[in-house]
Ligand binder design. Structure first.
Ligand code: ADP
Length: 522
C-alpha cells in the first residue's frame, strides 16, 4: 500500500502536476506506515510472550523431572554445573526460536507471495524476475544450515562441560591452593574457555555467512529488477508488458522489490536462532523424557499388633539393568525406636539401602512398606549440606515455620554447638558460605544434627555421619545422636564401617555385595 501510494504521488507529480491534491495520498501513506509498525510491534510482542511461556513451562518441567528422579539418579545424570547451564542458557536458547524464528518463518512464507501477486498485476516480467530469484536463497541457506546445527551442538556441549569444569575448580579452590596446583588449574580453565571461544566464533561466522549470502542474492535480484524497469521506462525494451510500463507501475515494482526480500532476509538472520534452539532441544529432550521410576510409591504399613516402622520384603535394586544388583533379595523389618547400624565394606550397598528407605530410589523388585511416621525422616551424610545463607536459615530448613530463635539455640546446644562460640561471631546471623565455608566439619555436622532435632522426624537416616571427623568429635557427636534419639524414641538407621561406631548400636545389620549377611542384636 505504501509503495502504491508513493508511486502514485510521484507519478501524479511528474505527469499531472496540479491536477489533484497530493494530501489524501500522503494521508494514506502515513496510515500505511503506522499500520506497518503497529503490526510489527504486535508480532514482536506475541513472539516474546510465546517464548516467555515456553521457557517458563520448560523450566517447571525440568524441576519436576529432577524431583521425580530424585537425588541419587540425578547425581549420575551429569554435573550440577551442566544442569545449571542447561536450566539457564539452553532454555533461553529455545526462546529465540519462538520469539524470532517462527514469526520470521511465517512472514517469509506469506509476505513474498502477497507482494508477488501485487507485482504481477503491474508487470509480469518483473514479477517473474522476483519469483525466480527467491528460491535460490532457501537452497543456499539449507546448505549452510546443515553445517551450522552440528556446530551449535558442539558449542552447547562445550558450554555444559565448561560450566561443570569451572564450578569444580571454584569449589575446590582451597584444595588447589594447598596442593600448589592453582596455576595449572588456571591454565586449564583458560584453555577450556579458549576452546569455547573458538567454537562460539565459528557459530558467529556461520551466522554472518548466511546473512551475507542472503544479502548478496537479494541485492542481485533487486539490481536486475532495477535494470529492467530502467530500460523499460527508457523505451529500450519492447517485449511483453515493458512497452506499456508507466512511471507508476515501474516505481511500484521497484519499491516492492526490497520489501519482497525483507522477510527473507529476516528469516535468514533468525536462522541461527533455529539452529541453536534445535541443538538445545536435543540436549534437553532426554531430561524431559526420563522414564518414570520402576515402581510406584512405597506401600503404607498399617499400625498392626507388632509395630513396624519400615519393612523391606525381598528387595533387589539394580542401578544398571545389566549389572550386578546393588541390593540383592533383602528382607528387613525395623521397629519404632530401634537403633540399627548398617555395616559392610565399601560398595556393599549401605548407602543404597538408606537412599531406598528415604524414597530417593525405588526397588527394582520386592516391596518396601513404610508406616506413616517413617515418611518424615531426617538425613545426615558424611558432610552436612548447608546452603549459602546464614545459620538461622540453615537451621529453619525443615523446622516448623513458627520455630523461634530460642528453640534454634536450644537445638544447637543439644547438638554441642554454643551460639556464643567465638567462631560464630554473629550468632544465628553468622553467614555460611557455599560448601559450608566458615564452619569446621564437626560444626557443620552439629548443625545437621540440630536440624534433625528441630525437624521432629521419627526416623533418622545417617550415612557415615562421623567418618570425616576426628575420634573425639566423632565420639561426642555419636553420643548426642544416640542420647537424643533414645530420649525421643527416634528410629536410627546408621551406615558405617567403623567398629567404634557400630559397637555402640543395639542392632547390627551386615551387608556384603548387596546381600544380608548377618542381622543381630548386640
Ligand atoms: P556403600 O554405601 O556400602 O559403599 P553403595 O550403596 O554406595 O555402597 O553402592 C553399592 C553398589 O552400587 C556399588 O557397586 C556402587 O558402585 C553401586 N552404585 C551406587 N550408587 C550408584 C549409582 N547412583 N549409579 C550406579 N551405581 C551405583
Amino acid at each position: 500500500m505504501l509503495a502504491g501510494t508513493i508511486a502514485w504521488i510521484v507519478h501524479q507529480a511528474v505527469f499531472e502536476p496540479g491536477t489533484a491534491s497530493a494530501w489524501p495520498w500522503l494521508g494514506l501513506a502515513f496510515l500505511a506506515v503506522i499500520t506497518r509498525h503497529g503490526l510489527q510491534a504486535l508480532r514482536d510482542w506475541a513472539g516474546q510472550q510465546l517464548a516467555f511461556r515456553v521457557r517458563g513451562d520448560l523450566r517447571e518441567r525440568m524441576v519436576a523431572t529432577a524431583a521425580r528422579i530424585g537425588p541419587v539418579h540425578l547425581a549420575h545424570r551429569g554435573h550440577s554445573g551442566a544442569w545449571a547451564s542447561r536450566y539457564q542458557e539452553q532454555v533461553d536458547a529455545l526462546g529465540g526460536y519462538y520469539a524470532r524464528y517462527l514469526p520470521a518463518l511465517g512472514l517469509a512464507l506469506a509476505v513474498p507471495l502477497v507482494l508477488l501477486a501485487a507485482a504481477f498485476t503491474q508487470d509480469w516480467v518483473a514479477a517473474l524476475l522476483l519469483l525466480f530469484s527467491a528460491p535460490l536463497i532457501p537452497v543456499f541457506m539449507a546448505l549452510i544450515g546443515m553445517g551450522s546445527q552440528q556446530i551449535h551442538e558442539a558449542q552447547q556441549d562445550r558450554q555444559n562441560r565448561l560450566a561443570g569444569h569451572f564450578l569444580d575448580r571454584v569449589r575446590n579452590l582451597d584444595l588447589l591452593r594447598r596442593s600448589l596446583a592453582l596455576d595449572a588449574a588456571t591454565d586449564e580453565v583458560a584453555e577450556a574457555a579458549q576452546g569455547y571461544r573458538r567454537l562460539s566464533m565459528r557459530v558467529l561466522r556461520v551466522a554472518f555467512l548466511s546473512s551475507a549470502v542472503m544479502e548478496f542474492f537479494s541485492a542481485v535480484a533487486i539490481g536486475l529488477v532495477a535494470i529492467y524497469v530502467g530500460f523499460a521506462l527508457l523505451g529500450f525494451l519492447d517485449f511483453g508488458p515493458a512497452g506499456q510500463m508507466t512511471l507508476f507501475s515501474g516505481l511500484f515494482v521497484l519499491l516492492l522489490a526490497p520489501e519482497y526480500f525483507q522477510p527473507l532476509r529476516q528469516f535468514a538472520q533468525s536462522y541461527h536462532d533455529r539452529a541453536s534452539a534445535v541443538a538445545a532441544a536435543e540436549a534437553l529432550a532426554p531430561l524431559l523424557r526420563e522414564p518414570p521410576l520402576p515402581q510406584s510409591e512405597p506401600e503404607p504399613l498399617p499400625a498392626g499388633a507388632a509395630p513396624t516402622l519400615l519393612r523391606l520384603e525381598r528387595v533387589s535394586l539394580h542401578y544398571d539393568p545389566d549389572g550386578p544388583p546393588a541390593l540383592d533379595d533383602l528382607t528387613l523389618s525395623v521397629a519404632p525406636g530401634e537403633d540399627i547400624a548398617i555395616v559392610g565394606p565399601s560398595g556393599s550397598g549401605k548407602s543404597t539401602l538408606l537412599a531406598l528407605c528415604a524414597g530417593f530410589i525405588r526397588p527394582s523388585a520386592g516391596s518396601l512398606a513404610l508406616a506413616e511416621p517413617a515418611r518424615h525422616f531426617a538425613w545426615m551424610g558424611q558432610r552436612a549440606h548447608l546452603f549459602h545463607g546464614n545459620l538461622r536459615d540453615n537451621l529453619l530448613l525443615g523446622a516448623p515455620p513458627e520455630t523461634g530463635d530460642r528453640e534454634l539455640i536450644a537445638a544447637l546446644g543439644a547438638a554441642g554447638l554454643r551460639v556464643d562460640d567465638p567462631t560464630l561471631p554473629k550468632g544465628l546471623d553468622t553467614p555460611i558460605g557455599e560448601g559450608n565455608r566458615g564452619l569446621s566439619g564437626g560444626q557443620a555436622q552439629r548443625v545437621a544434627l540440630a536440624r534433625a532435632l528441630l525437624s521432629d522426624s521419627r526416623l533418622w537416616l545417617l550415612d557415615e555421619p562421623t567418618s570425616a571427623l576426628d575420634p573425639e568429635t566423632e565420639n561426642d557427636l555419636l553420643s548426642r545422636v544416640l542420647e537424643h534419639a533414645r530420649q525421643r524414641g527416634v528410629t536410627i538407621l546408621l551406615a558405617t564401617h567403623h567398629a567404634a561406631v557400630y559397637g555402640r548400636m543395639r542392632r547390627v545389620v551386615r551387608l556384603d555385595q548387596g546381600r544380608l549377611r548377618e542381622d543381630g542384636d548386640v
